[in-house]
Ligand binder design. Structure first.
Ligand SMILES: [Zn+2]
Length: 141
């Protein structure tokens, strides 16, 4: 497919339907960084151009598209990972503080009635940390 044919293909009903399929899969969220919106439907491969399988395509945000096309060095996916890692580190610090507060409290007030509240808080930390850790993993949940 030459450039002119490709441009024609990008204006075709077939391409519009395929793009719509990818948009339904992405639920309008960038399938790469999972932070930005699905702005562009990007070809992962041009092997089956004109008869693409949905897995040949990925819905990405403008920033991811620029990065994938080599037009920018900024990788939103890496940035997002760095932010999540920092978030996890801060939540771990907060949990350690809460743990030490509980230790202090139970030492001074062994009959304190805050244990169940602490338990709920501890559960929340656990869910938050496992949720964030999952977002660090590759692929879709
Ligand atoms: Zn993105």
């Amino acid at each position: 497919m030459d450039r002119a044919e490709y441009q024609k293909y990008l204006a075709s009903r077939e391409w519009a339907l395929l793009k719509e399929k990818v948009r339904q899969r992405s639920e309008n969220i960038c399938e790469r960084c999972k932070a930005g919106p699905h702005d562009v439907t990007h070809h992962l491969t041009y092997e089956r151009i004109g008869r693409e399988e949905p897995e040949d395509l990925i819905g990405v945000c403008e920033d991811c598209h620029k990065f994938l096309s080599g037009k920018s060095d900024h990788d939103p996916s890496e940035y997002r990972k760095a932010v999540i890692s920092e978030g996890i580190a801060r939540i771990r610090k907060a949990k350690a503080l809460v743990d030490s507060a509980r230790d202090l409290m139970s030492e001074c007030f062994p009959d304190g009635d805050y244990e169940h509240t602490y338990y709920d808080l501890s559960e929340s930390f656990f869910h938050l940390l496992s949720n964030l850790s999952r977002h660090l993993g590759e692929g879709k949940e």
